[in-house]
Design a protein around this ligand. Structure first.
Ligand code: PLP
Length: 411
C-alpha cells in the first residue's frame, strides 16, 4: 500500500477558520433570523480598482488576437512587471533590488510555505507566538517539527512570545536559530516595526548566519512615514532576508491572485558539503520546475497597480479600510476595551474583557451581538486572552457591529 507523509498527522485537527465556521453554523441553525456580521477572516470586501480591471480587460483582448496572444510566460513573471516592482516598491525607497530578484507568484501564502523546499531539514526555526498559522503548519508538513505538545506548541520550533508586555515585538533570541519568520505590519496583532527594531534582527541574522523570512503582505497600510515598508530599507538585509509581498490586501487581489517574493542574488546558505550556495539559484530552479507562472491577464492587472490611476485608486482603497480600523479602535476603546494595532494595519487586536478565554469571548460576542471575530488563541498559545477584529468590511457593517458591541459592553 502507498504510504503518506506522516507529518500531516501531527497537524492539530481543528484548524481555526473551520472551527469558527462550525460554531457560526450551529448558532445560525438555532437562530435563523440572526444578522451575522463577519469581522473574522481577513478577506477584502471592496471591488477591484478600475485601473486593474481595465488592464485585465485589455489583456483578455490581447489573448484574442494571434499577434498579441500569450502562451506560457516566464515562470518568474514577465520582465515588465518585475522591473516595475523593483523600481517602484524598492528602488524608489532606496533599496538596491533588481528586477531579476523579484519572483512573481500566485500568493504570499504559497510562497511562504514553498520556500521551505530549498532549505535543509536541520534548521532551527523561530516563529512569534501568536503568528500567521501558515508558517507553523508548513513547517509541520515539511517535517521540521516534532509533535504538538500539551502547551499547544510543536516540539522543535522556537516560539518567541509577543504580548502587550513587549509591545508585540519579539525579543531577539538568546539562542542561535537559523530561520526566522517576521511579519510587519503584523497579522494578527497589527503591530509595526521601526527601522531600529528590524536592524537588531538583521544584525542578529548576520551574526548567526540566519535567514529572515520577512512577510510584508500588509505594507500598504503603513501611514507613518518613519516606518520601513521593506526589510531591504535596513542596511545589511540583502545578506540575510527574503521578503514576501502580495497584491491581495492593497489592491484587493485575494480572489485574483498575484504576489511576489524577493530573493537577493547575494543571499547564501550552506550545503551539506560545507559550501555556500546562492539561494536565488535554488529558488529559480524550484519555481522553474514546480510553477508555470501567473497568468498574463493577472500580471497586466498587477502592473496597473503601479500606474498613476492605479496608485490613486489603491490609496483610496487602503484608506477606506484604515478608516474602518480607526472607527473600530475608537469605539472599542470607548467601550473600555484594551485595543492594539489598527493604525498602520487592518487588524485590531484586543484583550478579552474579564479575563475571558479567547473562545469564550468569541461565543459571547456571537451570541449577544451576532458579530464574528477571530479568537487570539487560534494564532498560538500566547494569543490566549486576545481577540482579532478585521477592518476588511463595508462601512455599514463596521458601524453596525460597533454599535452592537458598544451597547453590549458599556465601559
Ligand atoms: C501575513 C500574511 N501573509 C500572507 C497572506 C496571504 O497572502 P496571499 O493572498 O498573497 O496568498 C496573508 C493573508 O491573510 C497574511 O495574513
Amino acid at each position: 500500500m502507498a504510504t503518506i507523509n506522516d507529518n500531516y498527522l501531527k497537524l492539530k485537527a481543528g484548524y481555526l477558520f473551520p472551527e469558527i465556521a462550525r460554531r457560526v453554523n450551529t448558532f445560525v441553525e438555532s437562530n435563523p433570523s440572526a444578522n451575522i456580521i463577519k469581522l473574522g477572516i481577513g478577506d477584502v470586501t471592496e471591488p477591484l480598482p478600475e485601473a486593474c480591471r481595465t488592464a485585465m480587460i485589455k489583456a483578455v483582448e490581447d489573448m484574442g488576437d494571434r499577434s498579441t496572444f500569450k502562451g506560457y510566460g516566464p515562470e518568474q513573471g514577465y520582465g515588465w512587471l518585475r522591473e516595475t516592482i523593483a523600481a517602484q516598491d524598492f528602488q524608489s525607497r532606496g533599496c538596491d533590488i533588481d528586477g531579476s530578484e523579484i519572483f512573481v507568484s500566485d500568493g504570499a501564502k504559497c510562497d511562504s510555505g514553498n520556500i521551505l523546499d530549498i532549505f535543509g531539514k536541520n534548521n532551527k526555526i523561530a516563529v512569534t507566538d501568536p503568528v500567521y498559522p501558515v508558517y507553523v503548519d508548513t513547517n509541520v508538513m515539511a517535517g521540521n517539527t516534532g509533535e504538538n505538545n500539551d502547551k499547544g506548541e510543536y516540539d522543535g520550533l522556537v516560539y518567541l512570545p509577543i504580548s502587550a508586555d513587549n509591545n508585540f515585538l519579539a525579543d531577539i533570541p538568546t539562542e542561535k536559530v537559523d530561520l526566522i519568520y517576521l511579519c510587519f505590519p503584523n497579522n494578527p496583532t497589527g503591530a509595526t516595526a521601526t527601522k531600529e527594531y528590524l536592524k537588531a534582527w538583521v544584525d542578529y541574522a548576520k551574526a548567526n548566519n540566519a535567514i529572515i523570512f520577512f512577510d510584508a503582505a500588509y505594507e500598504a497600510f503603513i501611514t507613518d512615514d518613519s516606518l520601513p515598508h521593506s526589510i531591504y530599507e535596513i542596511e545589511g538585509a540583502k545578506d540575510c532576508a527574503i521578503e514576501f509581498r502580495s497584491f491581495s490586501k492593497n489592491a484587493g487581489f485575494t480572489g485574483t491572485r498575484c504576489a511576489f517574493t524577493v530573493v537577493p542574488k547575494q543571499l547564501t546558505a550552506k550545503a551539506a558539503d560545507g559550501s555556500e550556495v546562492e539561494l536565488w539559484k535554488l529558488w529559480n530552479r524550484r519555481q522553474s520546475t514546480k510553477f508555470n507562472g501567473v497568468s498574463y491577464i493577472v500580471q497586466r492587472g498587477a502592473e496597473a497597480v503601479y500606474s498613476e490611476a492605479g496608485k490613486a485608486q489603491i490609496k483610496a482603497l487602503v484608506n477606506f479600510y484604515l478608516e474602518n480600523a480607526q472607527i473600530i479602535c475608537n469605539k472599542l476603546t470607548g467601550a473600555g476595551f484594551d485595543v492594539y494595532g489598527g493604525v498602520n494595519a487592518p487588524y485590531i487586536w484586543l484583550k478579552t474583557p474579564h479575563n475571558l478565554s479567547s473562545w469564550d469571548f468569541f461565543d459571547k460576542l456571537l451570541q449577544t451581538t451576532n458579530v464574528v471575530g477571530t479568537p487570539g488563541s487560534g494564532f498560538g498559545a500566547a494569543g490566549e486572552g486576545y481577540f482579532r477584529i478585521s477592518a476588511f468590511n463595508s462601512r455599514e457593517n463596521v458601524e453596525e457591529a460597533m454599535k452592537r458591541i458598544t451597547e453590549q459592553f458599556k465601559a
